[in-house]
Design a protein around this ligand. Structure first.
Ligand code: FAD
Length: 121
């Protein structure tokens, strides 16, 4: 959406919402806020991966606890894709816990040449 006006961004988001959730066609947008930060960047260090908890860390006293969020251990950086993968991982763990078949996690994009050399399998 680089180069788009804020109004164009809102229109695009609304059109995508309507495509995915048709019920929103009749909804009225009351407020919106477009947040852009051209200087935002993150720095990923290999050591970070060890600090990220798995979706279901299973501490002894909280065996039912599952975590979701871009900060959990997904193998992806803390991006929107990582957040979605983490949600699928957590949901899959929950349904497995109650004896239902796990939800197939989207493997995401194929790693390119550089990623294969930088990221542990
Ligand atoms: C400026 C900026 C630019 C970014 N640009 C990109 C980009 O271009 N591409 C990309 O892939 N990613 C981008 N990201 C990262 C992306 O936004 C995050 O990785 C993603 O939104 C994380 O999703 P999440 O669901 O884990 O957490 P969040 O989206 O942070 O959702 C957590 C929610 O929990 C709510 N919450 C917190 N505490 C409580 C509480 N106690 N009770 C109830 N609710 C609570 C919060 O209000 C929030 O709505 C950007 C992030 C920032 C800050």
């Amino acid at each position: 959406m680089s180069g788009s006006s804020k109004e164009e961004m809102v229109a695009q988001v609304l059109s995508e919402l309507t495509a995915v959730f048709p019920a929103t066609q009749t909804a009225t947008l009351l407020r919106h806020r477009v947040v852009t930060d051209p200087k935002s960047v993150f720095s990923i260090r290999p050591a970070v991966e060890r600090l990220r908890p798995p979706p279901c860390p299973a501490p002894a006293k909280l065996p039912w606890l599952c975590l979701a969020g871009d900060w959990t251990r997904t193998g992806w950086p803390a991006t929107m894709e990582g957040a979605v993968i983490s949600g699928i991982q957590a949901a899959s763990s929950v349904v497995e816990t109650v004896g239902l078949p796990s939800i197939a996690a989207d493997p995401g994009l194929k790693r390119g040449w550089l990623a294969n050399r930088l990221i542990a399998p």
